[in-house]
Design a protein around this ligand. Structure first.
Ligand SMILES: [Zn+2]
Length: 113
């Protein structure tokens, strides 16, 4: 359950930003989670609701934006959706691929009062 530690550090980061902005309350937190990252939305939400109690973020709303996974061909550089069944470039059929999107996990923005 690494979501607990990660959610705690997100909260710490959000509270730090809020304090720097001299705000009293965090109202919204925008999180980006890539499809391929191992983070589970529900778990993050669960820990968030638990951890924010008694902090500047108590009562805040967590918004989670999912990033669709994409691969990029190292041969012709085209990008295409991640597909476990066809693990090759649709343009040139190369299997030299890298993950271009989908591994994200970061705090995009916070809204404060
Ligand atoms: Zn290609």
């Amino acid at each position: 359950m690494h979501e607990l530690a990660v959610t705690q550090s997100l909260l710490d980061l959000a509270v730090k930003h809020a304090k720097e902005a001299n705000s009293q309350r965090i109202t919204d937190l925008y999180l980006v989670i890539g499809e391929l990252s191992s983070f589970v939305d529900d778990a993050v939400q669960f820990y968030w609701d638990f951890l924010v109690q008694g902090t500047l973020a108590e009562g805040s709303k967590l918004h989670i934006r999912r990033i669709v996974a994409e691969l990029q061909c190292l041969n012709c550089e085209s990008r295409f959706p991640f597909n476990m069944e066809a693990f090759a470039c649709p343009e040139c059929e190369s299997t030299r691929l890298k993950v271009a999107a989908g591994e994200e996990f970061f705090l995009e923005a916070i809204e404060v009062e």
